[in-house]
Structure formats: C-alpha cells, structure tokens
Design a protein around this ligand. Structure first.
Ligand code: A2P
Length: 340
C-alpha cells in the first residue's frame, strides 16, 4: 500500500520555532502531501523554502484550515487560543506549542518518549499540546526513574537560553554583549535587566504565590505528563546569557532505594536520552554541544548524600528542537501513523 500523505499547515512559520518545525518536517521526511505556511499579515507574501520549493507565506485566518489534516502551531498563546478551534472545526488536528491548551483536561499533553498513548485523547477537542521546553527535557530522563523507583519530590533549577524568548532576545544578548565589551551604552528591550554577563531569576510573569508562570508550568505540566499528582515539584527558572539549549540542575527523592550507578544504567537504555558522564575526563552535558541535537543529555549523575534516596543530575537539551519543534513533529508522526 502506498504511504499515506498529509496536508500540513505550520502556523507561526516565520518565527524561530516555526522555522525549526519546517526543518524538522524536511529532515525527518514527514509524509507531506502539501504544506501551507501561516503567519501574521506582516509576513503575508514572504517566501519560505520547503524541500527546494518556494512557498508563499499566507496570513493566518479563521479560514486557513480547510482541507488541512494537521496544523502545527507556534504563534503565541493568544493566536492558538483564537485559531485552534477553527482548525478543529475543519477536522484538522492541531499540535500546539503554546501554553494555551496545555492544562485543559480535554487536551493531551505529550512527550512521545513518555506518554505517547495519551495522543489518543486528541479526539475530544482536536488539539494536542506540546509541553513547555524546560518540562520536556526534565520528564524525558525522569519518566523511566519514576516508573521504576517512584519519584516523591523534584527540586529543579534551570539555566535557560535566550532563544526561548524568541529572535528579539537572541539579538538583545548579541547587541548587549557587543556594547559591553566595547564600553558602549546598551539598550534593554526584551528583559527588564541586562542579560549579557548576567543571570535573571525571572522567566514569564510573577504569580501571586511568588513563583513565575514558567516555574508553575514545570510543576503542573510534569504532574500531568507523568500522570501523578502526588509528586512534589519545586522550580526556580533562570534566564542565562546562552543563545541555544537549556540546562537544568535536577534533584530527586524516590520512594524505593536508588543509587547513582543504577540510574546511570537505566538512563543509558532510556529512549531519547544520552548519558554523557565522565567527570574525570571533564565530560558532561554542555549547552553548546546539545545545540542542533534532538536528544536529552544527562550527566553529573550522583547520589545526594544529604538524604536517603536522593539523586542529582545535570540535564541539557536544545530548547528549540527537543524543547519545541522536534517534540511537536514527533507527536505529529505518531498521530499520522496511528490515528489518521
Ligand atoms: P510574524 O513573523 O508575521 O510576526 P517568534 O516566537 O520567533 O517571535 O515567532 C512568532 C511567530 O508567530 C511568527 O511566525 C509570527 O508571525 C507569528 N504570529 C505572531 N502573532 C500572530 C498572529 N496574530 N497571527 C498569526 N501569526 C502570528
């Protein structure tokens, strides 16, 4: 039987993540019948490349989804909230990278290495949510540990790249760095403080409880993906002057007896994980090495000597690829193969 092919739309095609989504569709040889690239009216008429062909960007409207099988959205929460229901009405399944639908009980929140079967729930609203970038790279290694040892509590601190904020933030880090080393004045447009040569413990808006929205995303999304509301999760999310790839210091406490040696063996076989852990040779996961890759890199795996069943680890992944575009395309692949 010939392979089934699909009409695909990318909403937010001109953005950093949208662009990477297009590359992922090409690289992974997604079974594409046709592509439609959508963005705001500002970009309508621009041309983008797909597999050697030039594709004209169209303005995203309520009518964009007629005849489309799968629409992959990365155009901001407001845009997803407004337009995803129009896509669903046309029987077009949405894979949404924004936070708009993630905690909706009728929308599956999926990391393919962790809970691929949750995709079946897409029929309720016609929408599947892609988790937050920091959550994705945390649950990829923690899921096998949770299944075997039962995680009681997670304490995570993130070191997040500016590309997570979008292209404007990448430019801001570059411009401020250049200004600083030339003793020139710099501008602050994207972040409330200088990001060059600085660390900002502030990602997304502050909430009434003193945590940021990003921190609470890590708490709530982790519980939803691991399907366990009893796990304690506490997060501190920090923006650092790195262009691509987020790093995370993760501490866990488990119910069953655990050791660093066992965790290393388990993670060496875990899907989507690469253990990079040879401190004697200065080998551990690094943001620059993870950039452009689709795996989640784990190292510095060691026993937390301050508690009975505690483990520390350092986890790094490309926030634009595994943290966003690759994860979304992996979801679309399973959807296409198993459900459409
Ligand atoms: P545009 O380039 O026309 O502004 P990033 O996160 O890198 O800033 O990218 C955001 C993406 O979302 C871009 O493709 C942007 O298109 C698109 N976008 C933003 N607002 C809208 C909107 N109201 N309607 C459609 N696309 C939008």
């Amino acid at each position: 039987m010939p392979e089934k092919k699909f009409n695909i739309a990318v909403a937010g095609a001109t953005g950093a993540v949208g662009n990477q989504m297009i590359l992922c569709l090409e690289e992974r040889n997604f079974p594409v019948k046709s592509v439609k690239f959508l963005a705001s009216s500002r970009s309508a008429g621009r041309k983008l490349n797909f597999k050697g062909n030039s594709v004209v960007v169209e303005e995203l409207t309520e009518k964009s989804f007629k005849g489309i099988d799968i629409a992959i959205f990365s155009a901001g929460g407001g845009t997803s909230e407004k337009y995803a229901p129009f896509a669903a009405k046309e029987d077009c399944v949405v894979v949404d990278n924004s936070s708009a639908w993630r905690m909706d009980p009728d929308v599956p929140l999926v990391v393919p290495e962790v809970n691929p079967d949750a995709i079946a729930g897409y029929t309720k609203k016609g929408i599947i949510a892609n988790p937050n970038c920091s959550t994705i790279q945390m649950v990829v290694p923690l899921s096998p540990i949770h299944k075997k040892y039962g995680i009681k509590r997670i304490v995570v601190s993130t070191y997040q790249a500016v590309s997570g904020t979008g292209k404007k933030a990448v430019d801001e880090l570059f411009d401020q760095t250049r200004a600083m080393i030339n003793f020139l004045d710099y501008e602050k447009k994207v972040y409330p403080h200088r990001i060059a040569f600085n660390c900002l413990p502030h990602i997304d808006r502050f909430q009434d409880n003193g945590y940021t929205k990003e921190e609470m995303k890590m708490v709530n999304e982790t519980r939803k993906i691991l399907e366990d509301d009893t796990i304690g999760v506490t997060a501190t999310t920090v923006r650092v002057p790195v262009f691509y790839s987020h790093s995370e210091s993760i501490n866990i406490e488990t119910k069953k007896d655990i050791s660093a040696a066992e965790v290393k063996l388990l993670l060496e076989k875990a899907p989507g994980v690469k253990v990079v852990d040879n401190p004697g040779k200065n080998i551990y996961p690094l943001a620059d090495a993870a950039s452009g890759q689709d795996l989640t890199f784990v190292g510095r795996i060691r026993d937390d000597e301050s508690i009975q069943n505690g483990i520390n680890m350092w986890v790094v992944a490309d926030n634009i690829r595994k943290g966003a575009a690759t994860n979304a395309i992996q979801i679309a692949e399973i959807l296409a193969k198993k459900y459409l």
